[in-house]
Design a protein around this ligand. Structure first.
Ligand code: F6R
Length: 607
């Protein structure tokens, strides 16, 4: 989604703004722009497409000045075009915005009644025009911005820059995250700490409703009630190194390769060596009191929940419901006594997941989140936030966050089983030993990279691909199909293997590759029957299985991908790796933009 930066600096600001915007590219965008103040004079440049277009424009038509704001836009209202790109300017003010102004039609009508003309199709322009109107009525910039903010409904992070005011940025947050960075005689604003990482490691996160007056001397923050607010300055650990490709061609490749290491860290965090009990932070969760688990998330995080449903039900015998946040939030589901509501989100800012959490706020017994960004809204609004410790994930397609989510959810299911008396010590020790051995097995899976690359080359010629899985491999099939379609743009669908005969089998012909994810477990023979049905109709089966599975069932299959043998419970975490590598190499073979696939955003802060 849109990215915001702002700098009150001591050097020429345009290159610094563009560099900061580059660090926000991972969020997804379709146009970009900056505005600066040169001797107090406001000016801006905007360009459609990648940031390189904005950089080129700035070479031919530079912007001087030491104060400025910048923006990467992910279109919501109005097509990607120069006129719709931010910063939006009205007279003496320029504005950058992330989110949606829900009452913009009403505000437009009001401005039109004043005889004010519009030059864009965006909701954001109303913010600039309204501020300019208040300025023209004699308000100073701070009063004009604050009056404007009081009129806005919806979700937003905003930064304002004013003509004639070299030492002022006004920033506001309601619904979309925004951070203030502290430098030496310089101050910054950014959508997240990643944007500001090379500039400062001292960050203040604005809270819901906060508005901030930023000058080179520091920041004054008021809360939503207009009261002076004292927000902490946090020293963050993010380094420039944690957001570079470390020699890989793409962030996605780096993040796939990092999985053994980050999963090892996650396991050690919750299962310190020498301890056979899962440790949760704070007061943890007492699963003896939990009667039902409601899990809510979007996209890949939703598939992590679907996988975990098998674990909570089978290992802990706990009834589980799983829903996508955008459906859950409007369905008004009854939340009965004894419900633990669990929200899974990499970014911790997904608008629908956050709204679903808020729906459960006074209804569920406890609200727990599984998140990657500890300062995120979802983490802060939970009773208990469980970090997945995946490190920064830049590739838009989630990889290491998914497997770290799975790892935390499995440990939580083991804890639930132990609390509920469903695990004898021997089985518990078996699960713990298997978890501790997981990183080494993941490394063996990564060694299959070249085989998977060759298989992907063949897959890249397909127009459609089916994925099949049974039991806990069904959500993995869904995740495999999602990964493939989002980065290679090949149409892919996933079905529970048993559903094949109930419709999708009609699609099978000699052009249709069918990826079957099937470790040699108790359901294997049933999945093999479904594979036979595909091959009988000349469908091309790509079987991902272990040694035993491949030796028993590879006759007649198109491609095989060999995984190491693994404890059955952990198979979904292992099989995520070939699913990710298959999507990655297919996308590379097709020449698509792997890290920033078209139309997608990393952090979906609008519904
Ligand atoms: C797919 C992907 C998305 C996210 C979804 C939820 O690769 O990354 O489907 O999983 O947008 O995002 P978070 O986890 O940030 O709530």
């Amino acid at each position: 989604m849109c990215g915001i930066v702002g700098v009150l600096g001591s050097n020429e600001v345009a290159p610094i703004l563009v560099e900061a915007l580059k660090r926000l590219e991972y969020r997804g965008y379709d146009s970009a722009g900056i505005a600066t103040l040169n001797d107090g004079v406001l000016d801006r440049r905007r360009a459609v497409g990648k940031l390189v277009n904005l950089s080129d424009l700035l070479v031919h038509d530079p912007l001087a000045g030491k104060s400025g704001i910048g923006h990467t836009r992910w279109a919501t209202h109005g097509a990607p075009s120069v006129k719709n790109a931010h910063p939006h300017r009205a007279g003496n003010v320029a504005v950058v915005h992330n989110g949606i102004i829900e009452n913009y039609r009403e505000l437009r009508a009001e401005l039109a009644a004043e005889g004010i003309q519009f030059s864009t199709d965006t909701d954001t322009e109303t913010v600039a025009l309204l501020t300019e109107l208040y300025l023209s009525q004699g308000n100073d910039p701070i009063a004009a911005a604050y009056k404007t903010l009081a009129r806005l409904e919806g979700a937003f992070a905003l930064a304002f820059l004013f003509d004639g005011n070299d030492d002022l940025i006004i920033a506001a947050r309601k619904g979309s995250p925004l951070a203030i960075g502290h430098g030496d005689g310089e101050m910054y604003v950014g959508s997240d700490a990643i944007a500001l990482a090379p500039l400062t490691d001292r960050i203040t996160y604005l809270e819901e409703g906060d508005r901030a007056v930023v000058t080179r001397q520091g920041v004054t923050i008021h809360d939503g009630n207009g009261k002076l607010a004292n927000r902490a300055v946090k020293k963050i650990k993010l380094t420039s190194a944690s957001i570079d490709k470390a020699g890989h061609r793409h962030f996605m490749a780096k993040e796939i390769a990092e999985q053994p290491e980050v999963i090892g860290d996650t396991i050690r965090h919750y299962l310190p060596s020498g301890d056979d009990m899962v440790n949760l932070p704070g007061d943890g969760v007492d699963f003896t009191k939990v009667q039902r688990l409601t899990m809510v998330a979007c996209g890949t995080a939703y598939y992590a929940c679907l996988t975990a449903k098998y674990w909570f039900e089978q290992i802990a015998r706990l009834p589980v419901e799983v829903d996508v946040a955008s459906e859950f939030r409007y369905r008004e589901p009854p939340i009965t006594e004894g419900t633990l509501a669990l929200f899974v989100s990499q970014s911790g800012e997904t608008a629908d997941t956050l709204a679903a959490l808020r729906y459960c706020r006074d209804k569920a017994d406890q609200i727990v989140s599984v998140i990657n960004v500890p300062e995120s809204s979802i983490a802060r609004e939970s009773d208990l936030a469980l970090p997945i410790l995946a490190g920064v994930e830049i590739g838009v397609a989630s990889t290491k966050a998914f497997t770290c989510q799975l790892t935390v959810l499995l440990m939580l299911a083991i804890k639930a089983a132990a609390d509920r008396g469903e695990l004898d010590p021997e089985t518990m020790a078996d699960h713990v030993a298997a978890l501790r051995g997981l990183p080494a097995i993941l490394n063996v899976a990564l060694d299959q990279n070249d085989t998977i690359k060759a298989a992907a080359q063949r897959l890249s010629e397909a127009r459609d691909v089916l994925f099949l899985g049974r039991g806990q491999m069904y959500p993995l099939a869904l995740e495999g199909a999602l990964k493939l379609k989002e980065i290679s743009y090949i149409h892919a669908e996933a079905y529970a293997s048993g559903e094949l005969k109930h419709g999708p089998i009609a699609l099978i012909d000699k052009h249709m590759p069918v990826v079957v994810m099937a470790p040699r477990d108790t359901l294997f023979d049933k999945t093999v029957s479904n594979m036979q049905e595909v091959m009988a109709r000349r469908g091309k089966v790509m079987l991902i299985s272990d040694d035993r599975g491949i030796s028993e069932a590879s006759e007649g299959v198109w491609e095989t991908i060999r995984m190491p043998h693994i404890h059955t419970t952990l198979a979904p975490i292992l099989y995520a790796i070939p699913a990710q590598l298959l999507a990655y190499h297919t996308a590379v073979a097709k020449g698509t933009d792997v890290d920033q696939p078209r139309n997608l955003a990393k952090s979906v802060t609008v519904e």
